[in-house]
Design a protein. Structure first.
Ligand SMILES: Nc1nc2[nH]cnc2c(=O)[nH]1
Length: 511
């Protein structure tokens, strides 16, 4: 067999000509790339021919921001704002190291659920134990190699004491607890960059380019400036993504005032040279108009993580203002502890609905076209950078999702693109391809034994749960201080809703 020919499908190409409007096309794939797209294409000798009648084919979806390790805590926490939730989900005094076996299993579980939902590329900001264990990173990268998905893996790092990355909290905590937290080891910038160089050499471009390493300073207020600048420079050397959480919560906006003398976190990052077209900001909710202009000017992308932002009560990203400024947006699920799902289609639907509530002027509501763009080429541009994925065009990597439209979700097939975003949840997916290889067929993974993975994962879960219960009890000691800090920060004016004086109005309300 040489190539694959998909005949007579409805195709959302996301190319410049037809965008998100379905058109009838044949698609030929060879050597992992789309080689021909047209009508009445002849099959070549040895081609596998797939009947596309009644099928909708889209580019593979890109999850532009997630944390695979949180798969273990799906459904575990609820009704906590980010700062309190992070205390539990990211144990402040450090968790126990996780074995590479568990890392591999949880990554596979996460990737299985992602890919069955049409995700062909994901940006996995993996948090590992302090010290950044390369064996764990190898387990994550290896899992993605074996399951056939395209992935960026990090390198997530916090290198300032956690209590100093948040406003006020140290004031509320007993001194001995603050001392304990400050005594925790943190990586120096050089240690992180050395680790990252090794990770680049081992993983960047593995599996024919499918697996890439990225740098992931957790947030400007969580990292030293030399680490942020060093990461930006190293990313340029390896042409890799730099992934940073920025202005997810009002508390973080207050932090900017406290740490950077009234500068916003975006101003600070720009001022030290830590923003470029390789940078993606995760969240980007509490931004000023000027921040958005800076983001546009630097060509930095933003990942919109609508469901996680709702679940943690963080706020709503200013979708229309980003579009007005021409900022490239992707969509992300965030981790399964703050969103409970790696299914990007849920984020697509939420993003399409949410911004109809936040914008009173209906000409400024979110559209299906914008959502599909963010879920495909927008996310791809932020993650893969070189334009080789994200749309169905000749020469691009052959990542696609095929939906059966003769299903309850798609019938009566009025406008397929609307059904895709508003009616379908992944249940009509019959095939997923990455690099021209079928990775999901009729609801089953093709490259790994998913039943065996699930069985092993289930066997590990009781021990994992017990350890997390123990850590929760340790972290309970910090919770009251974190709650008070959250309340205090929430009540404060911030850079994004500052009193303007003359006009006597509040400006830039994010919702
Ligand atoms: N939502 C969210 N998840 C995280 N995981 C690690 N850091 C963060 C963060 O800042 N926000």
């Amino acid at each position: 067999m040489t190539g694959t020919l998909i005949r007579g499908a409805q195709v959302i190409t996301m190319d410049a000509a037809t965008g998100s409007t379905p058109v009838s096309r044949d698609i030929r794939i060879d050597g992992g790339v789309f080689t021909e797209i047209g009508t009445d294409l002849p099959a070549q000798v040895g081609d596998e021919v797939i009947d596309g009648t009644g099928m909708l084919v889209t580019p593979g979806f890109v999850n532009a921001h997630t944390h695979s390790w949180e798969y273990l805590y799906k459904g575990r926490y609820d009704n906590m704002p980010l700062e309190l939730w992070m205390l539990y989900a990211y144990p402040i005094l450090g968790g126990t190291p996780t074995s590479p076996d568990i890392v591999r299993l949880r990554t596979l579980m996460f990737a299985m659920e992602s890919m069955k939902n049409g995700v062909t590329t994901l940006v996995d900001d993996v948090l590992e134990t302090p010290g950044q264990d390369l064996d764990q990173l190898a387990a994550v990268a290896g899992a993605y190699e074996s399951i056939g998905i395209r992935a960026n893996v990090s390198g997530h790092v916090i290198n300032r004491p956690f209590v100093d990355t948040l406003p006020f909290v140290a004031d509320w905590l007993p001194d001995d607890l603050v001392r304990q937290v400050r005594a925790q080891p943190v990586l120096s910038a050089d240690e992180y960059l050395d680790y990252s160089r090794t990770a680049f050499e081992r993983h960047h471009g593995a599996a024919g380019g499918r697996v890439r390493y990225m740098l992931a300073p957790s947030g400007p207020q969580r990292c030293t400036d030399d680490l942020l600048v060093g990461a930006t420079e190293l990313a340029a050397e390896y042409d890799a993504e730099v992934h940073i959480h920025v202005l997810e919560t009002k508390t973080q906006a207050v932090t900017g005032d406290e740490l950077y003398g009234g500068q916003t976190l975006v101003e600070h990052l720009d001022g030290i040279g830590a923003m470029s077209e390789r940078t993606t900001f995760a969240h980007g909710i509490w931004v000023t108009d000027e921040d958005i202009e800076r983001i546009a000017r630097r060509g930095t992308s933003v990942s919109h993580n609508a469901i996680s932002n709702l679940k943690l009560g963080s706020g709503v990203l200013p979708w229309r203002r980003y579009h007005d400024a021409g900022v490239n947006l992707g969509l992300g699920t965030d981790g399964c502890s703050s969103s409970d799902t790696p299914r990007l289609m849920e984020v697509m639907k939420t993003a399409a609905l949410l911004h109809k509530v936040t914008e009173p002027d209906l000409t400024r509501w979110s559209t299906v076209d914008e959502v599909l763009r963010a879920a495909t080429i927008g996310g791809a541009r932020s993650a893969v950078l070189d334009g080789s994925v994200g749309s169905i065009e000749v020469g691009k990597r052959a990542d696609l999702v095929m939906f059966d439209t003769e299903t309850l979700a798609f019938l009566p097939t009025n406008r397929l693109e609307n059904h895709l975003v508003y009616s379908e949840n992944g249940s009509s997916i019959v095939r997923v391809m990455v690099d021209g290889v079928t990775t999901v067929l009729d609801g089953r993974l093709t490259l790994i034994d998913e039943d065996a993975v699930i069985a092993s994962f289930r066997a590990e879960m009781p021990g994992i749960r017990e350890e997390q219960d123990r850590l929760d009890r340790v972290n309970d000691a910090f919770a009251p201080a974190f709650s008070r800090m959250y309340e205090q920060a929430s009540g404060m004016p911030t850079a994004v809703n500052r009193w303007t004086g003359d006009e006597r109005t509040w400006v830039h309300q994010p919702v």
